[in-house]
Each structure stands twice: as C-alpha cells, then as structure tokens.
Design a binder for this molecule. Structure first.
Ligand code: H79
Length: 462
C-alpha cells in the first residue's frame, strides 16, 4: 500500500466514524489554551442536572385523550398539533408549586455541580421574558414569573453554575423555524435566516444579558446550520460572555463534544465531553414513563463516564405544577448520599490508566450502527485517578484476592474510602493483590483507594 492510500484509508475511517456517530468526538484537535481555560471548571465538575420543562409538561405524553408515543417534549410533533391549538397550553401554564431554591437544593443534595435548563425547546416556547417573541412564560401565561430569572438567582445564591439549553434550529411555533412542516410546509421553502435573526439570535442575546453569568449554552439538533449561521451564534456568545461554553451541537465546533443522547462511549477520551442522559426514557415529563434507572445504575454510569474522562448530564422532567417527580428526587438523593461519602473518587478525578476493566471489543472488529466499536462491556469495577492515588470502585463483589493490572510504580497502601479502614495490599508474582473484606461494605459501589509513588501510573508491558 502506498503512503497516499494509507492516508486516504485513515481519513476515510475518521470520516466514517464522524458521520456515523452524530454529534461526536472530532478528530484530534490541537489544544487551544483559551478554550482549555474556559473548560477548567467543566472538566472538574463531572455531574450536572439537566432540566426539561415547558408547556409539554401539561399534556405529559397524551393528546386529546390518546397516547402520544416517544419523548414527552415531542408531543406537538408526534401528534401533529397545529400551532393554534398547542399555543393554548400557555393559558393553562400555572406551576404554583415551582420553587427555584428547592430545585437547586435537590441538585446540591444529589451532588450535581451544574444545572442546564431548557430555555426554549423545539416547541418554541420560552421559559423567560423575551422582547423577541411574546410566546414566553411572562407574556403568555397566567403565571407571569420569569422562570430563568428565579432559577439564576437561586443558583447564584447557592453557588451553582447555570447553563441554558436553546433549540436554535427547530422551532415549531415559527413559520420560518425548522421542523413544523404540518402548519408551515417544507423546511427548504422557508426563510430560515428570518427566523434565526428575528428570534433565535436575539433570544441568545437576551439569555446572555439578563441572567448573570451563563455557564454554557446547550444548542441541539443542528439542522440547516450551513455557512455562517452557526458562527453568528458563536460570535454572539463570545462577544457577550467570553467564558460561556458552547456544547457540541451548534453545527460548528463547540468547546466540548456532546455524545448522542444516552450514549456512553466505550473507551477513554481525553477531550472534554458530556453525556446527556435520561433518568427514565423521556426528557419532558410524561405520566406513563415510570421506568426509572436505579440509584445503582446511575452511580455506575457516573463512575463509568468519569473513568473515561467525561461528564454526566442527567435529566429530570418537572411536572406541570412545578414539582420534580418524587421518584426522580429519591433516586438522585440516594446517589447524592453515596457521593457525600465517596465524592473524592469523582470530582476532579482523572480517567483510568488501565482500560481492561471496561470490556473487550468484538473479536472481529464489529461496529455498532453509530460506528463505535462493539463492546462487550464489563461492569464489575472502574478506576479513577488523582495524583498519587487510584480509586478503584467495585460494583460487584470482587474475587478475593483481587489482582490489580501490573504497574511500574510501587504501591504504598490501600484503604476503603468510606471509612478509611485499611485494605490488605501485597505482592504476588509481581502483581499487587488486594484482599478486600467481604461482603463489600456498600453493595452499590465500594471504593478502595490505592496510594502509589509518583504522580501518574506507569504501565508495565505484560
Ligand atoms: O432535548 C432532548 C430531545 O428532545 C432532543 N435532544 C435531547 C437532549 C432531541 N431532539 N431530537 N432528538 C432528540 C432525536 C429525536 C428523534 C425522534 Fe423522531 C423524535 C424520534 C421520533 C421522534 C424525528 C422525528 C425522528 C423521527 C421522527
């Protein structure tokens, strides 16, 4: 094979991977110091709360007494509800139990370090006062309170970062927004820039002007984001708040990459990335989705993600009265109690220096439909790191003695993170072995800290 053929095949592989995996990790970029500085906090926080809330919380997965399948926030699309009909939900939006401080308190108790809320989802309804469109919570509902103002004040009081989801492309309420072809005809016949310049761009300016420091803007579903369009958004963000992060779904390169919804990558990736994920199946509240992930599943996903170098943005869908479903609250608080004891293994922690604990790629190099290597995932243990420390989290009772992967560093001591009780550590045939007391003290996840000489682990070739 010639050099040129090799280079072509490599590029083809990268292109196919990129195309197959949606909003995914772009090919290796040179580090940009300004971007890295902006990202500092993001790389440390690891765990955030996503909030999907809007008019769709009222129908909650039904339309005219019929079940509307799929995601709760997609009810208008799935049931092809005319704008004139859907709009009338605004007159019913009166969430008297909404209390921003309580939402923020829940996020804190859950151990979540940032919040991202839907300022405007695909249905076009804004949860904030807007001069660009009267279709917003203050001007169109009996509630008349600016949700984002109350939430941003509560976040500032509690010292928690707040970012805004904004659907820049799809806007089913606007004649020229993308997505609503049942009222307004095909997207390719629309005056799309008129929508962008008349609503989306002005609203992004409002979000970055009226709510204090904005941690990030979470764009989504970049349709028709060609030419200068995405860059116009980037310029607005950089001009108004240069520290605000841009997610990976604008349609131009952002500050970090967003995986597909609920997609956890199979391997370690050193770039900044985030997994947006549901706690049941829907994002916006629906009454019939009670298939909650357990606290143990959530804890596993969190540590799995952190051990690969990413962040976990886990969603709640508040109800029409302003309450976050009790089941979500209970699950989040259970994981939060675990984090209170074991958070040292999560916040600010680096990825695993190993990788064999993650699982094995299919022997024949099979790929899933996204183009990712098909993995037979292992779920027994994960590793996170800080200088001089390995945090080994066991989700299953390990075999005793448990042999660590071979390393060059000398290992100093081992102890349980929860109660600091020593764990026997000895060398057997050149491998370090942990003799962990059984049953493990926390069946959901038990962390053992192993201290080693040096700042980072050096592998030995085995
Ligand atoms: O905000 C959440 C989702 O509403 C949003 N992203 C997360 C964070 C999202 N937008 N689009 N999608 C997710 C993918 C949607 C796919 C489907 Fe459909 C919607 C499948 C069925 C309805 C589009 C319309 C594809 C087929 C029909």
């Amino acid at each position: 094979m010639t050099q040129r053929t090799k280079a072509f095949l490599l590029l083809l592989g990268v292109a196919l991977l990129g195309a197959g995996s949606g909003a995914q990790v772009p090919p290796a970029a040179r580090p940009d110091p300004v971007k890295e500085k902006r990202l500092e906090w993001f790389r440390d926080v690891k765990y955030g709360m996503f909030i999907h809330w809007g008019l769709y919380a009222i129908p909650a997965g039904q339309w005219n007494g019929t079940r509307s399948p799929g995601l709760g926030e997609w009810v208008m699309f799935r049931s092809r509800v005319p704008v004139k009909e859907y709009e009338q939900l605004a007159a019913q939006f009166n969430p008297t139990k909404f209390n921003a401080d309580e939402w923020v308190k829940l996020a804190k108790e859950a151990g979540m370090k940032y919040i991202v809320i839907t300022s405007k989802h695909h249905d076009g309804f804004a949860l904030f006062k807007s001069a660009a469109s009267p279709y917003n919570v203050v001007d169109a509902t009996p509630f008349k309170r600016d949700i984002l103002k109350e939430l941003s004040d509560a976040c500032a009081r509690a010292g928690i970062r707040l970012g805004f989801y904004y659907s820049q492309s799809q806007d089913w309420h606007e004649p020229n927004g993308a997505g609503n072809e049942w009222d307004f005809g095909p997207d390719d016949k629309k005056d799309y820039d008129r929508y962008l310049q008349g609503k989306a761009e002005p609203q992004i300016r409002e979000l970055l002007t009226h709510y204090g420091k904005v941690a990030l803007i979470w764009f989504d579903t970049p349709r028709m984001m060609t030419g200068d369009r995405p860059h116009r958004f980037t310029r607005i963000v950089r001009q108004l708040q240069p520290d605000t992060l841009i997610d990976g779904r604008l349609g131009a390169e952002g500050d970090y990459t967003s995986t597909g919804d609920n997609v956890i990558p199979p391997n370690v990736n050193g770039q900044a990335w985030e997994v947006p994920a549901t706690i049941n199946h829907t994002w916006g509240y629906r009454t019939d989705d009670t298939d909650w992930k357990s606290p143990g599943q959530i804890a596993f996903k969190l540590i799995d993600i952190v051990s690969k170098g990413g962040n976990y943005l886990l969603n709640v869908g508040p109800m029409a009265d302003g309450m976050i479903p009790q089941a979500s609250q209970d699950i989040l608080r259970t994981v939060g109690r675990w984090l209170q004891v074991n958070g040292e293994a999560v916040y600010g922690a680096g990825p695993t220096p190993f990788g064999e604990e993650l699982g094995e790629a299919s022997a024949r190099g099979a790929r899933d439909i996204r183009g990712d290597a098909l993995m037979y995932q292992q779920i027994q243990w994960r590793v996170t790191t800080k200088p001089g420390k390995l945090y080994i989290t066991f989700f299953d009772e390990p075999r005793a003695p448990f042999a660590l992967p071979a390393v060059r560093n000398s290992l100093k001591r081992a102890y349980r993170l929860a109660d600091k009780q020593p764990v026997e550590l000895k060398m057997e045939n050149g491998r370090a072995v942990l003799n962990l007391e059984r049953p493990i003290i926390d069946p959901m996840a038990t962390v053992v800290v192993v201290e080693f000489d040096g700042a980072t682990i050096e592998r030995t070739k085995s």
